[in-house]
Design a protein around this ligand. Structure first.
Ligand code: ZN
Ligand code: ZN
Length: 86
């Protein structure tokens, strides 16, 4: 472990892979990283598209680690919330 973190997201900690399918085509999504990391690379010039966040995950943000899934088939990214272990 190289960093102290309160996050217990199994994906971030390498215990599990992102298990998510594309909402459009059903292909397996690739894990493009944590949302914070993803937008950290793009912000502040690319504000978060709120339409992507209107899925209820933000209400549970304290317990959910948002990951960006990437669908190669659709060439698009989709957000997925990973339940953090307690
Ligand atoms: Zn995570
Ligand atoms: Zn797709």
């Amino acid at each position: 472990m190289t960093e102290a973190t309160i996050s217990l997201c199994p994906v971030c900690n390498g215990f599990a892979e992102l298990q998510a399918s594309c909402r459009s085509c059903g292909s397996r999504l690739l894990d493009a990283g944590r949302l914070a990391d993803f937008f950290g690379a793009y912000s502040p010039y690319e504000p978060i598209d709120e339409s992507k966040l209107s899925n209820g995950f933000l209400d549970l943000a304290e317990r959910i680690c948002l990951h960006v899934g990437w669908c190669q088939a659709c060439n698009s990214e989709q957000l997925y919330g990973i339940g953090e272990w307690s």
